[in-house]
Design a protein around this ligand. Structure first.
Ligand code: NDP
Length: 264
C-alpha cells in the first residue's frame, strides 16, 4: 500500500508542500501521496497524525514547537532549537527533525566568503538560522524591533540591537527573517537604517517567498546580489523528502523533480 504524508498548519491552504512532494513522488514513481491538514489545536497533532495513518509530515506555522513536543524522539539540529518541521514514522514512533536551517544553508551556498551575518528579526526562524550559523562559526549580529526576543541571542553571545541602538557596520550577508513585506509594504527596519545597511553588505537574503518584498526591491535597485525564500523552501523540502523516502531516492533527482513544482 502506498504511503500517505501531510502538511499541518493554521492556515495551511497556501502551502506549496503538497505540490512539491507530489511532484517528486509522481516523477520518480514513488508510491505515495501528500495532502494537507488544517490543524487549529497543536496539542492534537500526534493523535491526528496517527489516526490519518501517516508515514510522515511537515509542520508549518504555528505548530513547529508543538511538533517538537508531539514526537517520541527528536534527532539532530531540531533538538538544539526545540523546533520540528518534519516528522517521520519509524517503528510506530514519531521521529522529529528540522530541515529549515539546512534548507537555508543550501539556499545561500552560492554566496561565497560569508563570515559575518546580520539577522533582521528575532522570531522562530531567526532562532533556527542563527543557531545554524553559529555551528559554522560565523559571526552573527541580530537586530529586532523590540527588546524582549533578543534575550535568546544575547545568551548565544551574538551582538544584539534594537533599532534605536543600532550602529551600522559592514556585513557579508544580511538576512531578513521578519514577516515585514509578506502581506504589507513594510521594511524590516526604518528606511534610514536599511539604506545604510544596503551600502555595507555584499549579499542579501529574505526568507519570504512568492513576492518581492520592499526590502529585496531596494536591494535589486542598488544592484546587490539577493535571493528570496524560494530556495530555502526547496532546500528544506528536498531534505524532508529524503527522510520520507528513507534515502531510497537520489537527492539530485529529488531536487530536479521538486523544482518542477515551482513552474506549476
Ligand atoms: P515569528 O512570528 O516567530 O517572528 C517574527 C519576527 O518578525 C519578530 O522578530 C518580529 O519582531 C518581526 N516583525 C514582524 N513584523 C515586523 C515589522 N513590520 N517590522 C519589523 N519586524 C517585524 O515568525 P517566524 O520566524 O515563524 O516567520 C518569519 C517569516 O519567515 C514568515 O514570513 C515566514 O513565512 C517565513 N518562513 C519562510 C520559510 C521558507 O522556507 N522560505 C521557512 C520558515 C519561515 P517583534 O519581536 O518586535 O515582534
Amino acid at each position: 500500500m502506498g504511503k500517505l504524508f501531510s502538511i499541518f498548519g493554521d492556515p495551511v491552504s497556501h502551502s506549496r508542500s503538497p505540490l512539491m512532494h507530489n511532484c517528486v513522488f509522481k516523477h520518480l514513481s514513488y508510491d505515495a501521496c501528500y495532502t494537507r491538514t488544517h490543524l487549529v489545536d497543536g496539542d492534537k497533532l500526534r493523535d491526528t497524525f496517527l489516526s490519518l495513518k501517516l508515514s510522515g509530515a511537515n509542520i508549518t506555522v504555528p505548530h513547529k514547537e508543538a511538533a517538537y513536543k508531539a514526537c517520541d524522539e527528536v534527532r539532530g539540529f531540531a533538538n538544539k532549537v526545540g523546533v520540528v518541521n518534519t516528522i517521520v514514522l519509524e517503528d510506530n514512533k514519531l521521529i522529529g527533525y528540522n530541515t529549515d536551517a539546512d534548507g537555508f544553508m543550501y539556499a545561500i551556498s552560492e554566496f561565497k566568503d560569508i563570515k559575518t551575518i546580520l539577522v533582521l528579526g528575532a522570531g522562530g526562524t531567526a532562532k533556527a538560522l542563527v543557531s545554524r550559523f553559529l555551528e559554522d562559526k560565523l559571526k552573527v549580529s541580530v537586530i529586532n524591533r523590540s527588546e524582549a526576543r533578543l534575550a535568546y541571542f544575547k545568551e548565544l553571545k551574538c551582538d544584539t540591537y534594537t533599532w534605536d541602538k543600532f550602529e551600522v557596520k559592514k556585513y557579508d550577508l544580511i538576512v531578513n527573517t521578519t514577516s515585514a513585506g509578506l502581506k504589507d509594504d513594510n521594511l524590516p527596519a526604518p528606511k534610514d537604517i536599511i539604506d545604510k545597511l544596503l551600502k555595507n553588505t555584499n549579499f542579501i537574503a529574505d526568507v519570504i517567498y512568492g513576492t518581492l518584498t520592499p526590502f529585496l526591491k531596494l536591494a535589486k535597485e542598488q544592484g546587490i546580489t539577493y535571493k528570496d525564500g524560494a530556495d530555502m523552501l526547496l532546500g528544506q523540502g528536498v531534505l524532508a523528502n529524503e527522510l520520507f523516502v528513507d534515502f531510497k531516492l537520489n537527492k539530485n533527482d529529488i531536487k530536479k523533480a521538486m523544482e518542477k513544482s515551482f513552474l506549476l
